[in-house]
Design a protein. Structure first.
Length: 153
């Protein structure tokens, strides 16, 4: 099964939406294999957003990501990167489809509730950035047979 990194951003934490987002993950049947709250700093943000560091909006982005702690999670499931990106919705909450996390909970392009890895390759890099291998649990939930058909596993 694939893994993906998710960050509940300060706009999610400050608005008290963590439980709502986690509930959606659980209801979908995606497996949470790691979760922690942490305070991001400029060093990790420069690494995570290396492709944006030279953009004029990076200082504001960094400040917004350090405004409160964030919740980082590793999710596991079949095609979980694609599935969770669809659940997340378009980057700009005003343009995200209703029913998606951003479409239902965000009105912003930057304060957009959540980060989700955009590829399996990037997920591996991002998970290693925020979690040590010991922090990611590899377990099989008892309800796995109710999440997937036998021929999907």
């Amino acid at each position: 099964m694939e893994q993906t990194l998710v960050i509940l951003k300060p706009s999610c934490v400050a608005r008290g939406l963590m439980g709502e987002v986690i509930s959606r993950i659980e209801k979908k049947g995606i497996i949470i294999t790691a979760m922690k709250m942490m305070q991001l700093d400029e060093k990790i943000l420069r690494e995570h957003y290396a492709h944006l560091v030279d953009r004029p909006f990076f200082p504001g982005l960094a400040a917004s990501m350090m405004a409160t702690p964030v919740v980082c999670m590793v999710l596991k499931g079949i095609d979980v990167v694609e599935v969770f990106r669809k659940m997340t919705g378009a980057t700009n909450g005003r343009k995200a489809e209703p029913g998606t996390i951003r479409g239902d909970l965000s009105m912003s392009g930057q304060a957009n509730i959540i980060h989700a890895s955009d590829s399996v390759e990037n997920a591996k890099i991002e998970i290693a950035r925020f979690f040590s291998p010991e922090e990611v649990m590899d377990y099989t939930p008892a309800n796995l047979g109710f999440l997937y058909a036998d021929d999907e596993l």
